[in-house]
Design a protein around this ligand. Structure first.
Ligand SMILES: [Zn+2]
Length: 194
């Protein structure tokens, strides 16, 4: 019925015919899903433009939601993205793992890319900034509610000093008292080898 030189019957496909009127790709999808044009993980995904932002699908059929980028970063949709276990929008380009937020900021060689509003999938330029590692830690620390605003630093009212500590294996190890939260935080960073 179909000859070797026939083409796939899916509109605009143009690949050589393999079986049942489909090319190898469409035939495999037909066998697997019963529908030759079911999207596959490798198909290009399209962004949605809304409120001056671009929504980039994460995962096949956006099953992991969307990342947001600025209009000028439409080019990130050339790649297929997923949400990694750490919550960041990730992709694989020529076998290399990449993060969307770092690509948007031009992959800075030194420093980390920080999400100002702490939303890890909000990769709009105005929400990203390049910071040193300690500045980034500090911002993360300020989020958590503790008495000093720094992770691992508490204010001792009676002593009027700042105490640095680390929690490990369910035990708290105290690192001493300091006059400022910055000093306490720095001592903790040093103790942690950061
Ligand atoms: Zn085809």
């Amino acid at each position: 019925m179909y000859k070797k030189y026939d083409l796939c019957t899916i509109p605009k496909c143009g690949s050589p015919h393999e079986a049942r009127g489909y090319c190898v790709k469409h035939y495999k999808r037909f066998i697997k899903t019963g529908d030759p044009i079911t999207p596959s993980a490798k198909d290009k995904r399209h962004f949605i433009k809304k409120d001056n932002k671009l929504y980039i699908p994460l995962g096949l059929n956006a099953r992991q939601g969307y990342a947001i980028v600025s209009l000028e970063d439409y080019w990130v949709s050339d790649y297929n993205w997923y949400k990694g276990k750490n919550g960041y929008s990730s992709s694989r380009i020529k076998g290399v793992h990449v993060y969307m937020h770092r690509m948007v900021m031009g992959n800075p060689t030194s420093g980390e890319v920080d999400h100002i509003n702490r939303v890890k999938t909000d990769n709009r330029r105005e929400n990203l900034r390049v910071v040193s590692r300690s500045e980034n830690m500090l911002n993360v620390g300020l989020r958590s509610s503790n008495t000093s605003g720094y992770t691992g630093v508490s204010y001792l009212k009676n002593a009027k000093k700042y105490q640095a500590y680390v929690n490990s294996c369910g035990k708290t190890k105290y690192l001493g008292l300091f006059n400022s939260p910055e000093d306490a935080f720095q001592a903790r960073q040093t103790a942690l080898g950061r």
